[in-house]
Design a binder for this molecule. Structure first.
Ligand code: ASP
Length: 298
């Protein structure tokens, strides 16, 4: 990271692989190949949403993270995935929660966004919409007896939610987040990831963000939309201090580790986390950078 806060010219794509994720050799190999592919497509004039969905779909498909193919089950053994996306120009937004059988939630959000005026849809009706529109649902375990896990389960930090934020050639922004949730979660639990303003947000006037970490703590702190509001009304304050201060507050006041990636309204990409590690990467034409440490504006 540098102290030079000048916005880069041209498109930028930044992604994360969740609080707690580490740069193992398998992750490094996967990301090197993914970043090279995405870098080739960056100057082609595709929309920010299209580019962000393409990145998250690749991360979901890797099986290396707690999203898509790698999503963890809830306490009854059933995998229910959450995801959300928003476009900063049109302000179209959609979160999907508790959906079974669809590993590429980013692709499903992309198919459904703008189809209704709603900003959140959940569960069985989303699955029915998908089947009706030609999707094949993967089968998984049936729901178990809920009384077995309603005692004692409190939830614990997850690891490996994925997200991507893009500023395209035209300067439009988009954000996408996808997750399997956290550890030891009650069936039906929904975190920040599929909540607009919580785990994802994009508005060309404010910036775009994808959050990760303990969803309950992130939501209590006001979510990623609140951080963008602080950054866009900074009035000369150091944006790095606003960024780290917001995440520190989530840790200290709400007892949850958190991380984020984003692009502010000036077009400056950033990444930050209070977890010891968070794999994240930045792609610009001719540049691919990925790491699991470091924070601030690039
Ligand atoms: N924020 C996600 C959730 O609470 C989990 C994570 O990012 O690790 O569902």
């Amino acid at each position: 990271m540098t102290e030079n806060l000048k916005a880069p010219a041209g498109p930028s794509l930044i992604f994360h692989c969740g609080t707690g994720s580490t740069m193992t050799p398998a992750v490094r190999d996967f990301l090197d190949a993914m970043m090279a592919e995405l870098n080739d497509g960056l100057p082609e004039g595709r929309s920010a949403l299209d580019l962000a969905v393409g990145c998250v779909e690749r991360l979901e498909g890797s099986g290396l993270f707690n999203a898509g193919k790698g999503a963890i089950p809830q306490s009854d053994g059933v995998v229910r995935r959450d995801a959300g996306a928003m476009e900063g120009g049109s302000l179209e937004a959609l979160g999907l929660s508790q959906v079974r059988g669809i590993p590429s939630m980013a692709r499903l959000v992309a198919a459904l966004i703008g189809q209704s005026a709603h900003v959140h849809l959940s569960g069985a009706m989303v699955e029915r919409w998908a089947i009706r529109h030609g999707w094949t649902l993967e089968s998984g375990p049936e729901e178990g007896d809920p009384t077995l896990f309603w005692e004692g389960s409190r939830g614990q930090a997850g690891e490996g939610t994925v997200g991507c934020v893009v500023r395209d050639l035209r300067g439009d922004l988009a954000a996408v987040t996808s997750t399997g949730g956290i550890g030891r979660m009650w069936p039906g639990r929904i975190g920040d990831s599929p909540i607009v303003g919580g785990g994802f947000y994009a508005d060309n006037d404010r910036g775009a963000i994808s959050m990760t970490g303990v969803g309950e703590a992130i939501l209590k702190a006001g979510g990623g939309g609140a951080l963008l509001a602080l950054l866009s009304t900074a009035d000369g304050q150091d944006p790095n201090r606003i960024l780290t201060g917001f995440l520190e507050r989530i840790l200290k006041r709400f007892s949850g580790e958190a991380g984020c990636i984003g692009i502010d309204r000036e077009g400056r990409p950033f990444a930050a986390h209070t977890s010891s590690r968070m794999v994240h990467g930045l792609i610009r034409p001719g540049l691919c950078h990925a790491s699991d440490t470091g924070e601030g504006f690039f």
